[in-house]
Write a protein that binds this ligand. Structure first.
Ligand SMILES: Nc1ncnc2c1ncn2[C@@H]1O[C@H](COP(=O)(O)OP(=O)(O)OP(=O)(O)O)[C@@H](O)[C@H]1O
Ligand SMILES: [Mg+2]
Length: 228
């Protein structure tokens, strides 16, 4: 998913210190559309930066339209940047704000498809899939097509696909927007378990009440990230 040239080179940190999993700085992005004389430019990011170490849960917050999804897509390599640098180490998982799912495929078939894309062995894919079904509570929908799923179950599948290869770094864009209370609690337990296992998460959130759940928070203001 990430651009191979964005991979971190060399030892990331001295022995004993948590290693760096994401280093992004000077990120600039302007959306451009149309042709002269109706050419439009929408500047969104003006030098944003994000740094994550192993075993951290970091929040990315900001107003609607401030550029959070734009920044996350750039961090994962799904969108080109105009300037700046992005480097990660290890495997990256991404849960986009709008689920990218195939209406005619079942949940099981999605996991199979993504498992192959990640280069996972069938047995490892199945183990991980069963764990995800149990953790997020949607095993009974395994053989249902996406077109039959509720918004919340689609959101579970969207998150589950990002979790499938047990990535070192998870980038989640408002992952729990459609979750019920029980699933929301399970989600936060899952994030803590991953942190305890040395994994890292960057999570876009709108809920002020979630602030305590993050180790650190970046506010995205006027196209720049401000560390709280
Ligand atoms: N493909 C695009 N072309 C042109 N403008 C875009 C495009 N995608 C996003 N924008 C604009 O860029 C700005 C940032 O959008 P973005 O989706 O990154 O914001 P956001 O912080 O994720 O918002 P939200 O909280 O609503 O999800 C917005 O003004 C949006 O209208
Ligand atoms: Mg967004």
């Amino acid at each position: 998913m990430a651009n191979p040239s964005d991979r971190m080179k060399g030892p990331a940190s001295p022995a004993g210190a948590p290693s760096s999993v994401l280093e992004a700085s000077g990120i600039v992005k302007t959306y451009r559309s149309g042709w002269w004389p109706r050419r439009r430019a929408k500047p969104v990011l003006h030098g944003a930066e994000v740094h994550l170490k192993a075993g951290e849960i970091v929040g990315l917050v900001g107003e609607n339209g401030s550029g959070k999804s734009t920044l996350m897509k750039i961090l994962v390599g799904a969108l080109n940047r105009d300037a700046g640098s992005v480097a990660h180490s290890g495997l990256v998982g991404f849960c986009p704000q709008e689920p990218v799912l195939y209406e005619r495929l079942t949940c099981d078939e999605h996991f199979e498809l993504f498992g192959r894309a990640y280069g996972m062995a069938e047995s490892a894919m199945q183990l991980s899939r069963e764990d995800i079904y149990a953790t997020l509570g949607f095993a009974e929908w395994g053989s249902a097509r996406v077109e039959e799923l509720s918004g919340g179950t689609r959101a579970k599948l969207n998150l589950g696909l990002a979790l499938l290869p047990d990535p070192d770094l998870l980038l989640l864009d408002e992952p729990y927007a459609g979750f019920d209370w029980d699933t929301y609690q399970r989600f936060w337990q899952l994030t803590r378990d991953r942190r305890d296992a040395g994994r890292s998460l960057l999570i876009i959130s709108h809920f002020i009440s979630d602030a305590d759940r993050f180790d650190r928070i970046y506010d995205l203001i006027d196209g720049r990230t401000v560390a709280r």
